[in-house]
Design a protein around this ligand. Structure first.
Ligand code: SF4
Length: 253
């Protein structure tokens, strides 16, 4: 007994102080991408190694843009673009309300806005979610599960997961929605009482991610049911998911 208490005291307080304090990430963390000092010219586009951008996340217009809904957050794009023009920042805040807001030009990102007053009144204090893994590789699900551990402690915000959609206020969906999961996702959505929300977690859920264009997938959740919150990443960090949820519930400025 004394040993258990001693160990517990030694461990100290492990829960992240987010959102009261800004979290600190290791240098290898890949947060919001930053495109800088890219002068558009034909040779840049022609010399771009398309095979390094497997999901086609870079678009070429007057200014190049990166679609975070397709981005796999790996190192390949850094190698495909001129040195120093594509970097990952340590900004974990990336969740948005509309799919088009995931398209990033330069540094500007329109983060998720809060639900309307009526929805906030109903869901703002306590949110129960049903998770649906619609063909994910398991990476996003692991990060969602991590939200329940002692570090992130999702329940301190009144947010939790339930087993039945009939007891849930919203769906949290991972994966590109495979053909086999399409009907299950629709039925689960229909089983939710109104009002309801849908959260798409990860590149797969936003666009199909690495499975995009495959004959067995639907290229994202919003091709099947409406989405209220997109959380980019492959997979997203738990704090990116948590930040998006709190923004949606109007708990962050
Ligand atoms: S977004 Fe990446 S980590 Fe998440 S399910 Fe798809 S492949 Fe896996």
């Amino acid at each position: 007994m004394w040993q258990i208490l001693k160990n517990r005291i030694k461990q100290g307080y492990r829960t992240s102080r987010y959102p009261k304090e800004e979290p600190v990430f290791p240098s290898r963390f890949r947060g919001k991408p930053v495109l800088r000092n890219i002068e558009m010219n034909a040779s840049l586009e022609n010399n771009f190694q398309k095979e390094k951008d497997a999901t086609g996340s870079i678009s070429w217009g007057n200014t190049p843009s990166v679609d975070m809904g397709k981005l796999l957050f790996n190192e390949d794009l850094k190698e495909a673009l001129p040195s120093g023009s594509f970097e990952y920042s340590n900004d974990y805040r990336m969740a948005v309300s509309r799919r088009e807001d995931l398209i990033l030009q330069g540094d500007e990102l329109k983060l998720a806005s809060a639900l309307n007053c009526k929805m906030k009144k109903i869901l703002g204090h306590s949110l129960r979610l049903r998770e649906v893994s619609a063909g994910s590789c398991g990476g996003c699900d692991a990060e969602v599960q991590a939200l329940g551990n002692v570090v992130f402690d999702l329940s301190r915000f009144g947010i939790g997961f339930v087993a039945s959609p009939r007891h849930a206020d919203g769906l949290l969906v991972t994966g590109p929605v495979t053909k086999n999961m399409k009907l299950a996702l629709k039925k689960t959505y229909e089983a939710l009482p109104d009002p309801k929300i849908v959260i798409a977690v990860g590149a797969c859920a936003a666009s199909g991610g690495p499975f995009m264009g495959g004959p067995e997938v639907s290229n994202g959740v919003d091709s099947i049911i409406p989405v209220d919150l997109y959380v980019p990443g492959c997979p997203p960090h738990p704090l990116t998911i948590l930040d998006g949820l709190l923004r949606l519930l109007g708990r962050l400025g």
